[in-house]
Ligand binder design. Sequence first.
Ligand code: 4AD
Ligand code: MG
Length: 480
Amino acid sequence: MQNKTIVQLLKSEPTHHKVMVRGWVRSFRSNRFIALNDGSTINTLQCVVDFENFEDEVLKKVTVGAAIEVVGLLVESQGQGQNVEIQVSNLTVLGEANPEDVKRTILSPKRHSLETLREQAHLRIRTNTFGAVMRTRSKLAFAVHEYFQKNGFNYMHSPIITGSDAEGAGEMFRVTNLDAKNPPLDKNGNVDYKEDFFEKETNLTVSGQLEAETYAMALGKVYTFGPTFRAENSNTSRHLAEFWMIEPEVAFYDLAANMDLAEDFIKYVITYALENCADDLEFLENRLLEEEKTKPQADRSDMKLREKLRFILENNFKRVSYTEAIDILKSSKPNQKKKFKYLIKEWGADLQSEHERFLVEKHFKCPVILFDYPADIKSFYMRLNDDGKTVRAMDVLFPGIGEIVGGSQREERYDILLEKMKTMNIDEKELYWYLDLRKFGTAVHSGFGLGFERLVQFTTGMGNIRDVIPYPRTPGNAEF
Ligand code: 4AD
Ligand code: MG
């Protein structure tokens, strides 16, 4: 007897052989049709029971959410939209789900808002929406590895606990085993980190970049893909305190090669999702269409989800310097009524998300790679341009998402890097190892970081980043 997943069975021919399937009941109609789901697909397998052959006691327990095992013949389906169904000969209830209790949860078969689902994060994965999103997330993660492995990159595991602040933005979560309420103090009354497990201040990593650079300068092409942490108090639909970042770093790449890599990589993983998550993306597309209907006409998207994804593949990302972008923003008319109110910017200012979205969604109408930002608004490690005031930075901006990638060509010149660290008050003793890279066989090199959740958000069309990671960590929220 074959023991197959529902995704395999739905693709097979009606063999009239006996099969066995285990899963959870999605619905049980007319005491006859069980819609069974095992998580392998968004779709359910119809299991037909002839109620005269089964004890009432057993059938009573076939309720929404119950885990069951069915055995029966795989036959042609009479129902629409499916090839096969199971004619059930044996039915075992493995785990009951009391309907009264189910009613009080999001498992009850009615529409629940995403906010409500978030409150029951341990159960929301049983809904169609979260099944579709998380299967797509899993496929995208596989595609990330496949892309880099096929292209000669080494997967590097950067440390989670670090002694340095890679971004210099001070948004770190401290790691310590000292008693928070009663820490040992030194003679000046400051916390004495010599007593700490690591005998120094440590934190959760905000980026694996600096460590990845050390590996790129030996292995040539590397990438990291792991969790990163930021204690930024941003309660937005694009920020998490714990998110997964993909960071390739490549020796001998300049900024132009870095841009090519980012564009090629993003297109590869989106293509992979379109080819390997067809059912889930179709479901998510329909879900979005329903959601769109509730919006005013003017706010509705003019493209369906998969059209948007294909559009990304078919068009080149537009490469625009920061200076050009400022000129565009300055000369565009502010729209007082709508989203894009504050367009006039002075050179040197950081772009806010509404400026980025204006450039991508209104002006260029395609993904944009902004480059050569003012040195003063970017991190210390970026390569200074000959103009002395801009750095070889790049941000990839996506419609509906804003910044999906941040990267740069790195400063490979020892003296200039040291000078920069001094002016930015970065402790050169702490980062002696980073400076060493510029002493021993230094070379032009570049890399970028892509926020994995923002990629999943774009691919699945989910509006809030909290709905594309199993257990979102945001200010005031770390249940489980
Ligand atoms: O632009 P960021 O801060 O760049 C770096 O960390 C570099 N060290 C990367 C590198 O060059 N290796 O972050 C990179 C990306 C952003 O573009 C965004 O997609 C994502 O990480 N990101 C976040 N995603 C979710 N929640 C947050 N709080 C995020 N902060 C950054
Ligand atoms: Mg950034």
